[in-house]
Design a binder for this molecule. Sequence first.
Ligand code: CMC
Length: 427
Amino acid sequence: MSKDTLSIIDNRTGKAYEIPVSQGAINAMDLRQIKTSADDFGLMSYDPAFANTASCKSAITFIDGDKGILRYRGYPIEQLAERSSFLEVAYLIVKGELPERSHLEAFVSNIIHHTILHENIKQFIDGFHYDAHPMGILVSSVAALSTFYPDAKKIFDIASRKLQTHRLVAKMPTLAAFAYRHSVGMAYAYPDNDLSYTGNFLNMLFKKTELKYRPNPVLERALDILFILHADHEQNCSTNAMRSVGSSQVDPFSAVAAATAALYGPLHGGANEQAIRMLTEIGSVQNVPAYIKRVKAGEIRLQGFGHRVYKNYDPRAKIIKRIADEVFDVTGKNPLIDIARELERIALADDYFVAHRLYPNVDFYSGIIYQAMGFPLDMFPVLFAIGRTPGWIAQWQEMLLDPETRIARPRQIYIGAGPRDYVVPSR
Ligand code: CMC
C-alpha cells in the first residue's frame, strides 16, 4: 500500500521518522523534529535561491516549465492574449474570475478615474536629475504615493484594498509616463479619459502639440497584449519581494516599490534591455556564430535566454514573436529581429543550448518590439512594471488573507567567527 509520507533515517542517530507528503511537498518545519540531541536546533533545509522551496500556496498562476505552459486562474495565456484585454486580465488575476460585462465596465471606469496624480508628485519627479533612469523614478515615486494615501495602511479592510488596487493599476502608467517625459525634458501630458488604458498610456508618453492624441490601434493592441503577457508569473523575484515585504504588513504602495526595485535588476526586468544591447553588439547576422561560440566558452550569457522555471520555449516569447510582424507593418522593421531570429535558430540546434535546456524567454523579443514602437531602452523595465502590477497586487492580497502567513523570515546557516572578546584594535 502506498502512503503519502516520506520515511527518513537519520544516519547520525539511527532514528527513523515519517513525514507527511502533501501536494508533492513536505513541510520544512517537520524536519525540525530531526535532532541529534535534545539541545540540537533541529534539521533545516538549505536552499539559497529558493530553487526547490515552495514559499506559499497560490491559486493565481500555473506554470509547467517543462511543457512551456502558462495559465492565469486556469486560463491559457494564448487565449487571454488572443481574446482578452489587459484590464480584464487584471480583474481576473486580482479577483479570481473573469468579470461579467457590468463588473468589467465598473472596474475600467474606476481605473480611468484614478489615473490622475497629486500635483505634488510632479514636483517630486522634477527633483530628479535630468538623466535619471525612469525605473529609479518609478521606484521612488510609487513609494512616495504611500505618503499621499495613509488610508492604504488599512490592509485588512477589503474596501481599502479595493481602492488601493484601483489606484495602483491606474497610477503606475501615469508615473511611468511622467518619468519618461521628465527624462526627455517634455511637459507632462495629463491622462485622457476617452482613451483605453493602453491608449491613454501612449497618449501620456507621446502626445506633443496635437489637441487630441490618437493612438495607432495596432500598437495600442500590441502593447495591451504585452501587458497581458507580463501580468503575473507566480513566485518570481519581484513577486517574492512583494510578498516578503508585504508580510511585514506595510502598505501596498511601499510593497510595490520594493517589487519594482527587484524588477529593476538585469537578471529580472532588465533582461530585455540587455537583450537589445546584445543584439546591437552582435551587429549583423554573420556575427552570430562567433557570438554563440563566446557564450559556449562561458565568456558571456545569451540575454533573453534561459529561465529558472521554463526548460522549454517560454509561451510568452512565442506570442511576442508572432505579433512582431504586425508591429513592424506600422513602425517599419526593426533590423535587430533578423539577428534575433538567427541567434534563436542556431542556438536551438546547438548541443550546449539543448543540453542546458535554454530557450528564448519573454525578454528575447519584447525589447525589439518596444524599440520599434519608439520606447528608449530605459523604459523597458518600466513597461514590465506596469504589466506586472495586477500580479503583485493579487499575490499580496492572497498572502495577506492566507491563514498560514507570518512575517517572511528565513533561517541562515551561520559560518562566521565563534565568540571572541572585544579588544581595541591597534591603529
Ligand atoms: N546563456 C548561456 N548559458 C546560460 C544562460 C544563458 N542565458 N542561462 C543559463 N545558462 C547556463 C549557465 O551557465 C549554467 O550552466 P552550467 O550548469 O554549465 O554552469 C546553467 O545554464 C544553469 O544556469 P543558472 O544560472 O544556474 O540558471 P538560473 O535558473 O539560476 O538562472 C536566469 C536563470 C534567467 C537568471 C539565467 O538563465 C540568465 O542569466 N539568463 C539571461 C538573463 C535573462 O534572460 N533573464 C530574464 C529571465 S525571464 C524574465 C523574468 O522572469 O524576469
